[in-house]
Design a protein around this ligand. Structure first.
Ligand SMILES: Nc1ncnc2c1ncn2[C@@H]1O[C@H](COP(=O)(O)OP(=O)(O)O)[C@@H](O)[C@H]1O
Ligand SMILES: [Mg+2]
Length: 507
């Protein structure tokens, strides 16, 4: 449209002027002065607002000369009407001599210029008209550019704002100027809390020593940014609002103003905490697997000499006429050997699990056998045991030795948690219609909340003689059976471990 108008001005076409003006002598003066200016003009004249509207709707005009006193109402009111109807045309308003208030009001309505109904003004009209056309096309161009600018700004803002990564902008002193939604999500701080403050005040560690180190690193990076460097993928540790540690991969780039001066830095941070954890787990798993190999080798080598030592000790202890003190020594030696054997067996199983043999079994029988195995120990520890076996449970397809090992591990843990005596309650039940559940409950010391997450980890133990393998082996066996295990515990009251076999374990 702007191009079009400029084309008109370059005189290859006539400039079309609509004159809404009742004063014919003034109209003549306008026509004369246009003629005298030598330009190419086409003039249409109307004397009422209604006719003016019709013409504007029907034909294209480059300019409107609008008289204030039209035959059917005030020009200003008609102008408002045209605006409401979305008719955009550069307008020159004609007022009677010496009426500046009206002129101001007309300017407010968007007229481009105004002239008095006088001979001088009529003479200057060609000049005013060209200025108005030029101004109007410049205005249209400006509006178009502004719209484009706003659209681009909104587009970029929504990309930056909604990016999953944390994006922030700081000035050269480290004060936050911008903070996107990703940053709110990753660090937990809202825009309102952070903008205007110093980033280090929020994200640095609360530990003084670490804080100094982190600030030093950031300052070094900022120094490089001030020199114009872009620094990609720096790994930085940050504290979230909740105090959690996050690891981010940060790219810092200099932020420049229109003159090209560096006025701050933008930081894009990707949360790589989970990635890092997975990496660490992988390294640990690799280490564990080589440790497992080593353990299996050592355990295997220990087995035979240990069996020999056990037999020899047994032979010695059966000798008649041994003094009481020696009998006691040999008996405690045997106890020790058995403990070592158990640990060696656990380690061997953990490192090199045997192949499972699945068969259909009555779970109540398996629980019964496991309990029977521990009767002497339970009695010795002054623990009463209760077994509540549900009737008509579906048979389960399991490796009986492995499940027995799991139950014995759980019962032993229960027993060890009740040093002062107590009750061991084992219960089997139907779960969710077709699954089978087993509860192993004790009235022992319970498990602190901080330990709950770790008890299934390899080598986690709170016992001076524990291996920390019982639960991790049990978990592995149950996973192999497609079963799950959970625990509910209250310190000082006791714990309940619940195993759940789902339908797939059924025959
Ligand atoms: N019934 C329980 N009551 C209290 N603590 C338990 C119980 N079962 C397991 N735990 C905790 O879990 C840890 C790991 O158990 P486990 O893997 O069997 O290894 P270990 O018995 O050799 O310590 C134990 O050291 C103990 O802290
Ligand atoms: Mg144990």
């Amino acid at each position: 449209m702007a191009e079009n108008r400029r084309g008109v001005c370059s005189s290859d076409k006539k400039i079309r002027i609509l004159v809404a003006e009742g004063d014919l002598s003034f109209l003549r003066m306008i026509e004369d002065s246009l003629m005298a200016s030598g330009g190419l003009y086409h003039i249409e004249q109307v004397s009422s607002g209604e006719q003016c509207l019709k013409m504007l709707q029907k034909e294209r005009f480059d300019i409107l000369l609008l008289d204030h006193s039209l035959s059917d109402g005030e020009g200003l009111n008609w102008l408002r009407r045209f605006n409401e109807l979305g008719i955009g045309i550069p307008t020159i308003f004609v007022t009677a001599k010496g009426d500046p208030r009206l002129a101001i009001e007309a300017m407010k309505e968007g007229v481009f210029d105004y002239i008095n109904r006088s001979a001088e003004c009529a003479k200057a009209f060609p000049f005013v008209a060209n200025r108005v056309i030029e101004g109007y096309s410049l205005m249209l161009e400006k509006v178009r550019l502004q719209k484009e600018l706003i659209e681009t700004k909104n587009f970029l803002e929504s990309i930056v704002e909604k990016a999953g990564d944390a994006i922030s902008v700081v000035d050269l002193e480290g004060n936050v100027l911008y903070w996107n939604e990703g940053a709110e999500k990753i660090y937990g701080y809202k825009k309102e809390e952070v903008v205007g403050g110093r980033l280090s005040q929020f994200l640095c560690s609360r530990d003084e020593k670490l804080r100094v180190e982190e600030e030093k690193l950031i300052n070094q990076l900022m120094q490089r940014v001030k020199e114009g460097d872009v620094i990609p993928n720096v790994e930085v540790k940050r504290k979230t609002k909740e105090g959690k540690e996050t690891i981010t991969s940060m790219t810092i780039s200099p932020l420049k103003n229109a003159a090209g001066d560096i006025i701050g830095a933008s930081r894009i941070c990707k949360d790589i905490t989970n990635l890092k954890k997975a990496e660490e787990r992988l390294i640990l798993a690799e280490r564990l697997s080589s440790l497992g190999e080593l353990t299996a080798g050592v355990a295997h080598e220990l087995r035979n000499p240990l069996a020999g030592i056990k037999i020899n000790t047994q032979i010695l202890s059966r000798k008649n006429g041994l003094p009481e003190i020696e009998k006691k020594i040999l008996s405690s030696t045997l106890d020790g050997i058995e403990k070592i054997q158990k640990i060696v067996d656990d380690m061997l199983h953990f490192a090199r699990p045997k192949a499972s043999h699945f068969k259909e079994e009555e779970i109540n029988d398996v629980v019964d056998k496991s309990l029977a195995f521990l009767q002497t120990k339970l009695k010795k520890a002054n623990i009463s045991s209760i077994f509540e076996g549900a009737q008509r449970l579906p048979k389960l397809r399991i490796d009986i030795h492995e499940i027995q090992q799991v139950l014995i591990n759980l019962m032993l843990n229960a027993l060890q948690a009740m040093e002062e005596g107590g009750t061991l309650i084992v219960r089997t039940f139907l779960k969710d219609g077709d699954g089978v559940g087993i509860d192993v409950r004790d009235t022992g010391i319970g498990i602190p909340g901080t330990h709950l997450k770790k008890i299934f980890d390899h080598f986690f133990t709170t016992k001076s003689e524990g291996t920390g393998l019982g639960l991790s082996i049990s978990l592995k066996i149950l996973e192999n059976h497609g079963a799950t295990i959970g625990v509910v515990s209250e310190e000082g009251k006791g714990s309940t471990f619940t195993i759940h076999f789902s339908t797939s374990n059924r025959s």
